[in-house]
Design a protein around this ligand. Structure first.
Ligand code: FAD
Length: 282
């Protein structure tokens, strides 16, 4: 039996992948949207309060925004194919997308795979028990056994402050340590953190400094993110492929913004549609 050839496969159902999928569907293409999680939303479910995405009448929690993204897919009749892509091969003009136990064939491929957290040095990791180390808050917010504790957050950017706000609602005490003398965050977020009685920010501190002085039940690292695309094996050079696209945070290689990811997804969908229309004319 001949394998079905899909016009477009999108890997990753975060904001970038979802916006690309819906736009392609509206143009009459039937994209296949894959994610290793069963639901759409990507990193968004970790956001305490999204305030900068146009169209929101008021700040919206990331879990709720993720749910809306899933509803958006449903109303556009797009299902997520659950699976982790580990290998993509090029054969002739087709891409073979390998999932556990199956292979999809496609003409166009969109990587909307986002980022993974940067990890601390081995020396820093030796200071903490491995089962107490976390990089995202969403799983902890769902686990009541881990609530009402004293936690440490390492990092001086917006993600670190955002994590603190999420955890402040469920934890007893939160300490943020920042290596330098200021945090790289917008003022609204910073003021909100400073207004919380159970959050303390310590500047010019290392992990070693605080671990020697205080006990923590868990430690969250928010020390930057990097593209996760390198984890997928490819037998071709992505930079010269005309029908392979990288969008969203995976493209910038760091933590970005929902709006940028959505715009990227739309832009690539438009390019794919234009190519398809041109091919039909030829
Ligand atoms: C704490 C926090 C707060 C934030 N707050 C805001 C905010 O207020 N406003 C704002 O604009 N932005 C915010 N962001 C940033 C925003 O979440 C990201 O910029 C956005 O989610 C990037 O979208 P993306 O689609 O590129 O990637 P992601 O959202 O990371 O989605 C990538 C998807 O790809 C899937 N995937 C990865 N690898 C594979 C694979 N091999 N196979 C199958 N699936 C795979 C993942 O499961 C994931 O669902 C915040 C981020 C964090 C961490």
């Amino acid at each position: 039996m001949q394998a079905e050839i899909k016009e477009v496969v999108i890997v990753g159902a975060g904001p970038a992948g979802v916006s690309a999928a819906v736009q392609l569907k509206r143009w009459g293409l039937d994209p296949c949207l894959i994610d290793k999680k069963t639901k759409a939303g990507g990193l968004i479910e970790n956001a305490y309060s999204v305030q900068n995405y146009p169209g929101l009448e008021q700040p919206l929690n990331g879990i709720i925004l993720s749910e809306r993204m899933n509803d958006f897919l449903k109303s556009n009749k797009i299902k997520i194919l659950n699976g982790q892509v580990q290998l993509v091969e090029k054969k002739d003009d087709l891409y073979l997308v390998h999932l556990e136990g199956s292979v999809l064939f496609c003409k166009n491929l969109v990587f909307a795979v986002g980022t993974r957290p940067k990890t601390p040095s081995e020396n820093d990791l030796k200071l903490i028990k491995r089962d107490r180390v976390f990089y995202e808050v969403a799983p902890i917010l769902r686990d009541y056994n881990l609530h009402n504790k004293k936690v440490l957050i390492v990092g001086g950017g917006e993600a670190s402050l955002d994590y603190a706000l999420s955890l402040s609602d469920v934890m007893k005490e939160i300490v943020i340590i920042i290596r330098g003398s200021f945090c790289r965050s917008n003022q609204i977020l910073k003021k909100e953190v400073e207004s919380r009685k159970n959050i303390k920010i310590l500047y010019k501190k290392t992990l070693q400094d605080v671990i020697n002085e205080q006990n923590f039940d868990s430690v969250f690292f928010a020390i930057g993110r990097e593209s996760i695309l390198s984890e997928i094996k490819l037998n071709f050079d992505i930079s010269v492929e005309k029908n392979v696209f990288v969008v969203g945070d995976a493209k910038t290689g760091s933590l970005g913004q929902i709006g940028i990811a959505v715009g990227d997804g739309l832009n690539v969908a438009r390019r794919i549609c234009e190519n398809c229309i041109q091919h039909t004319r030829e």
